[in-house]
Design a protein. Sequence first.
Length: 202
Amino acid sequence: MISLVVCTYNPDLDLLKRALDSAIGFDEVILVDDGSIIKIPKHKNVTKVLRIKENSGLANARNMGIEIAKGDTIALLDDDDYFGDLTEMFKFVKGEGDIFHFTIKCSDGSMWGGPSVDTIETEDCIPGTSWFKRKVWEQNPYKSIVAEDWVFWCDAKRDGFKFSYFPEVFYNYTLRPNSLSHQNAGRLDEARKYINENCINN
């Protein structure tokens, strides 16, 4: 069973609709509204809505969404991104592996992410929205650190979970100057400190 978790906070409603329109074929789609002050419309593809009273941050929102998910495989989608054809990815996650990463296509036409995770402790080299088995999260839930996804992958690699690369491009990433990833680009010291102390020198 594959559960999709989409976290949102005061989204661009057109982009959110595009994201949810692309969420087809999942066993369940969980929308986590992390304290938005605007009204989030209902969507036919969403099977569960979790509303958090006050904005708590992406790490907590993801943890709460995964907590109520029923699937043994967790998929993620940011609220301003969207999926292409998922047919082969659905087949892929039934095979060997614990974390299923891929290359994303950015809205400027560039590509990001590749098959190797050899340098993951020194650079965030796989998409934060890669999919994973629930057991990975159960061992190390997301931590409330800037670049929480980078820390999550490093914890998983340290603990011996297997990374499997899916070679087809299906994830479309929207570049926006006001996005969380852009805002946090220069604030990675805490993540680097955690990784150095817990994943490299542990």
